[in-house]
Write a protein that binds this ligand. Sequence first.
Ligand SMILES: Nc1nc2c(ncn2[C@@H]2O[C@H](COP(=O)(O)OP(=O)(O)O)[C@@H](O)[C@H]2O)c(=O)[nH]1
Ligand SMILES: [Mg+2]
Length: 388
Amino acid sequence: MHSAQIILLVVVLALIVGGVVLVGTRSRRRAAAPPAPEPLSASRAPAVPAPPDEEAVPVPSKGGLITGPEPAPEKLDLGAEEEIAPEPPASIQEGLRQSRRPFAAALQQMFKRNAIEESFWGEVEDSLILSDVGLDQATRIVDEAKEKVRREHVTRPEAALGAIRDAMLEALSHSDRSLAIDGERPVVWLFVGVNGVGKTTTIGKVAHQLSADGKSVLLAAADTFRAAAADQLSLWAERSDAEVVRGAAGGDPAAVLFDAISSARAKGTDLVLGDTAGRLHNKFNLIEELKKIYRTVEKAQGTLGEVLLVLDATVGQNGLAQAKVFSEAVGVTGVVLTKLDGSAKGGIAFAIEETFKIPVKLVGVGERIGDLIPFDPKAYVESLTALD
Ligand SMILES: Nc1nc2c(ncn2[C@@H]2O[C@H](COP(=O)(O)OP(=O)(O)O)[C@@H](O)[C@H]2O)c(=O)[nH]1
Ligand SMILES: [Mg+2]
């Protein structure tokens, strides 16, 4: 063998050995490497596996529908059981603890002045708008308070607070907020609204309160669009001592409601609470489905008591525009304003009544079963304007 050949052989051997060592090190490294972190979404995975048929339901592409933000992952875990244990009664003051701050804080600043000037009113109006009260209502409240202050020759800013409170209360004082509970059995309440606003949770809370008041309640799982929705409702039924009627996932929601009302009629149940889908393949389907569900109440010989539009206080005024389709599809009798505890602004009840001309009847102030209270305008206005 020539020396050149020997050198070549040595080089080739060296390359082969080096390669093997490198591959070995790599694979050892791979084995030793810590597992890749779970994607963030995994930690928020639903408490139960996603229903198998969820894939089968075509999910509309972005913007194709009337929905709010992408729905949160299905959450069947309704909270630890111990949370149901004795809990302090929910109150609007407690619920608005977070949201009253901006408006009250702005008022507090304004009241540091010596006299009421034109700019004072401009600032009140601005802070009302920033608190989600809505332009029209803010203007009306300020005009009215200003007029009252002028009539009464008030000059000190603190004295204007009463006028502002009166004007705010006046804006909310023309509604009948009573709930139709009595009537020929079964009285039916339907809950409509965008996905994720809190329909199913509200139904659970309402069922709990009605049951506690001695009423017999049956829940109709007419949101068949999301398979897990019926499970979620069944859990609430268990917790609130109510019955539940459910159909096949993806089945006809109106048929579920029909069965529920028929069953309630047979048993003499006082109330049927109907859950509905907040999202369908497209806007047309959603409206048609809602109308069909609405007509079913009569067809099944139930007494339509309430059609409650559920609105999420945290989505602000854009959410109201998206929810309008529901009030246009069916005759809504009242609004349930949920998540007021999570709203950083709190004044949305004014804008809702202005936009929909429908009274806010109930307010959700938390996720616990007792966190639903009747809407009391006086307590609401006092909470929004409470100076610390
Ligand atoms: N903080 C708070 N969360 C709420 C309230 N009402 C509902 N939620 C939460 O909102 C989420 C969506 O509720 P869900 O009832 O499933 O909405 P649906 O899609 O309209 O039926 C859940 O995590 C609920 O616990 C409320 O008043 N306050
Ligand atoms: Mg639901």
